[in-house]
Design a protein around this ligand. Structure first.
Ligand code: PMP
Length: 393
C-alpha cells in the first residue's frame, strides 16, 4: 500500500528550519518559523508556566483520563479571557483542543456536520494552514481581499465590499489580532462593520485568535473580538496558548462556541465532543492544567501578564529599531514594519530576493516574503537592515 503513495509535499515553513539547522554560518538568522525568541535567541519557558509546573508536580496525584472536553476549568478560563464583560460570556461553551490547530479542525468539522455546503472565506493572504484544514474537513474555501500589497496595510474598502456578498451558507474567518502572515490588522471600525454585515446577511464569523497580547496588549488585541461577540447571536472562536503562554509543544488551545442561547452553544459543544471522540478523543492535559492554574491564581496571573507585556514591548521595540536603522541608512521602503502588529511582517520581497537573503546573508525568511520580527536579536538589526537594502536595490 505505501509504495503506491506519491511523496508528501514538505511544509514550506517547517522544512526551512531543517535547512537553517544545517547552515554552518555563525551569523545565521532564523526569521522563518513563528516562535517568539528573546535577545539570546531562545524561546524561554515563561516564569508563570515554570511556577505552575512546580505546583503541579507537587499536587497532581493521578494521570487518569480527564474527559472529552479536557479541563472544564481551562475552558472557562478561556471564555473569561476572551469574552469577559460581553453578553456572549454567559452563552458560550468551550472545548479544550490540541493547540489552536486542533480548534480550527474541530470547528471546521462541526461546520461540515451542520451544513456540508458551507464555504469558508479566508483573508487573502492567510495563515498557511487555514486552507488545508478547511478543505480536509470537506469545506469549500474562498478568499476575500485583505492585504494591500502596495500599502502593506488592510484594504478595508475592498474587504467590506467583498464581505457584503457573503450570505447564509458562508463562514467568514477573521484573525483576532496580529494577522499571520502579514502583520496588518483590521481596525475597530472594521470589526463593527463586519459585525453589522454578519447580522444583516446571515454569515457566521469565525475568529482565529492565536496571538492575543502580542500586538497592543491583552485588552486592545481582544477588543474587536469582544465587540463582535457582544453584538452577534452566533460565532466560533479558535484560540491558542502556544504563543502567549509559550506552550507551543504542549498543544494547548480551545474551540469556543458562542450561541444565541447557552443551550444551543452546548449542543454544538456536544457535537464537537462526538467528533473529537472519533479522532484524538481527548486533548493532552499538561499545558491546559498549567494555564488553568495560572488564570485561577491572581499571583500567577500577574506574573504571566507582566512577562507577556515584556514580550509584546520587545517586539514593538524591534520593529521600531529596524525601521529607524533602515532610515538612518537612507531607506524608508520598509517603514510599514513599525505599523504592523505581532510577530510577523509581510515584506513584499519576491521569492528570489528572499533566496538572496538566505544565500548571501544567511538570513532565513519564508519564501512568500514573511519575516518573523519576534525572532530577531537587537545585535542582528544592523545586519538585517543592510541585507534588506542590498537585496531590494
Ligand atoms: N492560527 C494561526 C493564525 C496561527 O498562526 C497558528 C500557528 N501559530 C495557529 C492557528 C495554530 O497554532 P497552534 O500551534 O496552537 O496549533
Amino acid at each position: 500500500m505505501f509504495s503506491q503513495l506519491s511523496p508528501a509535499q514538505p511544509d514550506p515553513i517547517l522544512s526551512l528550519s531543517l535547512i537553517y539547522n544545517a547552515d554552518q554560518r555563525d551569523h545565521k538568522m532564523d526569521l522563518g518559523i513563528g516562535v517568539y525568541r528573546n535577545n539570546q535567541g531562545q524561546t524561554p519557558i515563561m516564569t508563570a508556566i515554570s511556577q505552575a509546573e512546580q505546583r503541579l508536580l507537587q499536587t497532581q496525584t493521578t494521570k487518569s483520563y480527564v474527559g472529552l472536553a479536557g479541563s472544564e476549568v481551562f475552558n472557562q478560563c478561556m471564555i473569561d479571557l476572551l469574552l469577559a464583560d460581553t453578553s456572549a460570556h454567559s452563552r458560550t461553551a468551550g472545548v479544550q483542543t490540541p493547540g489552536g490547530s486542533g480548534a480550527l479542525r474541530m470547528l471546521a468539522d462541526l461546520m461540515h456536520v451542520a451544513n456540508a455546503n458551507t464555504t469558508v472565506w479566508l483573508t487573502d493572504l492567510s495563515y498557511v494552514n487555514h486552507r488545508p484544514v478547511m478543505e480536509a474537513a470537506g469545506l469549500k474555501v474562498k478568499y476575500y481581499p485583505y492585504f494591500d500589497r502596495d500599502t502593506k496595510q488592510v484594504n478595508t474598502d475592498a474587504m467590506l465590499s467583498a464581505l457584503a456578498q457573503a450570505g447564509a451558507n458562508d463562514v467568514v474567518l477573521l484573525h483576532g489580532c496580529c494577522h499571520n502572515p502579514t502583520g496588518a490588522d483590521i481596525n475597530f471600525e472594521a470589526w463593527q462593520a463586519i459585525t453589522a454585515l454578519a447580522n444583516n446577511n446571515g454569515f457566521i464569523p469565525f475568529v482565529d485568535m492565536a496571538y492575543l497580547g502580542f500586538g497592543d496588549g491583552l485588552e486592545k488585541d481582544g477588543a474587536g473580538l469582544k465587540f463582535m461577540a457582544d453584538n452577534i447571536e452566533e460565532m466560533m472562536i479558535a484560540t491558542s496558548c502556544s504563543k502567549n503562554f509559550g506552550l507551543y509543544r504542549e498543544r494547548t488551545g480551545a474551540a469556543l462556541l458562542v450561541g444565541d442561547t447557552l443551550s444551543n452553544a452546548q449542543k454544538a459543544k456536544g457535537r464537537i465532543l462526538t467528533l473529537a471522540r472519533a479522532s484524538y478523543t481527548m486533548p493532552p492535559d499538561h499545558g491546559a492544567a498549567l494555564v488553568a492554574d495560572i488564570l485561577t491564581s491572581s499571583v500567577l496571573t500577574a506574573v504571566w501578564k507582566q512577562e507577556l507585556i515584556m514580550m509584546q514591548q520587545r517586539i514593538i521595540g524591534l520593529r521600531q529599531n529596524l525601521v529607524q536603522t533602515l532610515a538612518a541608512k537612507g531607506c524608508d521602503q520598509f517603514s510599514f514594519i513599525a505599523d504592523h502588529k505581532g510577530m510577523f511582517s509581510m515584506t513584499g520581497l519576491s521569492p528570489e530576493k528572499i533566496m538572496r537573503l538566505r544565500d548571501e546573508f544567511a538570513i532565513y525568511a519564508v519564501g512568500d516574503g514573511r519575516i518573523n520580527v519576534a525572532g530577531l536579536q537587537e545585535q542582528q538589526i544592523d545586519a538585517l537592515a543592510t541585507a534588506l537594502m542590498t537585496v531590494s536595490q
